[in-house]
Design a protein around this ligand. Structure first.
Ligand code: KG4
Ligand code: ZN
Length: 332
């Protein structure tokens, strides 16, 4: 089954053709990163306009790369939320147009279901399993059940993990997007230089909180700047990352014990984080569970993951009709 998938929830206009939910036949990603970097973050109106300009070209380029036509496609998938509403609407409208023109089934996919399904590409993984979702908008521990439904064990009470990375980067004057830069600097720093708080670690909960950690970094930097003391950005990054990673790893290991699920997939932009990858892999070996990180290019927003997720719904006979809408917020 070949699925043509479209993703426009934020600042990437992406399309992919995915075979049987596992193999990326072709994909195209038009990134708007450079445009938004000038503004220090994604400007929603600019993103929507760019998606309008790019979406059909991105779909056509994907067909050309695959050497396929619409006659080779079995279903159309699109991210229908959550995300920037104006951005989502471009992808959803395009997908509905293609569905109307071709008569193919239309499958709306939750963006986070897509991030989780990135782990199914080129693997034989399938639900039931556990998912740790760490992106710019989400931090969640989820029990994933067949065909691809979600039971939330816990989530963030304030910022998402990626958001915390981006805010700390901003406090250090690092350019957008901050996460990868903090990650790179952390590799050169001393993780014990600053004793930043590990939030909610003591409680028997699967929730996360980053506001205390963010304030601690802010206060430490302000104090040092006031005293005219040197700030070693690499040490701040390493210490911040150590605090984030310790909590993520600890709660994930606890969720494995709690659910009895022995496979963990990590999803979202922060799954690209090298510190998290190393620490979680080490813990998995110690505790005897299996952890899978998708390849880096599948961790950030892309359409292949949307096609992979849609396959599980299509195989279960689920589809939407042309009344499918876009939603800025959407429960899993
Ligand atoms: O999943 P994603 O591409 O977008 C959504 O939020 O849906 O995640 C983007 C987030 C940003 O906050 C970015 O700073 C963070 O993921 N990120 C990282 C790394 N790469 C991306 N955070 C930490 N370490 C990284 N290597
Ligand atoms: Zn995302």
């Amino acid at each position: 089954m070949n699925i043509l998938a479209i993703e426009t929830s934020c600042d990437e206009t992406a399309a992919a053709i995915v075979a049987d939910g596992r193999r990326v036949v072709a994909e195209t990603i038009a990134s708007q990163m450079e445009i938004h970097a000038q503004f220090g973050g994604v400007v929603p109106e600019v993103a929507s306009r760019r998606h309008v300009e790019s979406v059909t070209a991105v779909v056509s380029a994907t067909f050309a790369k695959a050497g396929l036509t619409w006659s080779n496609i079995d279903a159309i998938a699109v991210t229908c939320g959550p995300g920037l509403l104006g951005a989502l609407l471009v992808g959803v409208s395009a997908a509905k147009g293609y569905a109307l023109a071709t008569g193919l089934p239309l499958i709306g996919v939750h963006h986070i279901a897509g991030h989780v399904a990135a782990s199914f590409v080129e693997t034989d993984l399938a639900p039931p399993l556990l998912a740790l979702v760490v992106s710019g908008g989400h931090t969640e521990l989820l029990a994933v059940e067949p065909p691809l439904t979600f039971r939330k064990l816990g989530g963030t009470k304030d910022d998402a993990a990626g958001e915390a990375y981006d805010k700390v980067a901003r406090l250090l004057g690092l350019p957008y997007p901050g996460g990868p830069r903090v990650d790179a600097l952390a590799a050169e720093g001393d993780p014990t230089a600053y004793a930043f708080p590990r939030s909610l670690l003591e409680e028997d909960s699967f929730d996360f909180s980053y506001s205390g950690l963010k304030s601690a970094v802010h206060n430490e930097l302000a104090k040092r700047r006031q005293r005219g003391e040197e700030i070693v950005a690499a040490d701040v990054c390493a210490s911040f990352q150590a605090a984030v990673v310790e909590v993520l790893v600890d709660k994930t290991a606890r969720a494995v014990r709690h659910t009895g699920l022995s496979t963990v997939v990590v999803a979202g932009g922060v799954a690209a984080n090298r510190g998290l990858r190393q620490a979680l892999q080490r813990r998995a070996k110690e505790d005897g569970f299996h952890v899978h990180f998708p390849p880096i290019q599948l961790c950030t927003d892309n359409a292949a993951m949307i096609g992979a997720a849609a396959y599980f719904y299509a195989a279960a006979g689920r589809a939407h009709d042309l009344s499918l809408n876009a939603y800025a917020t959407l429960p899993l």
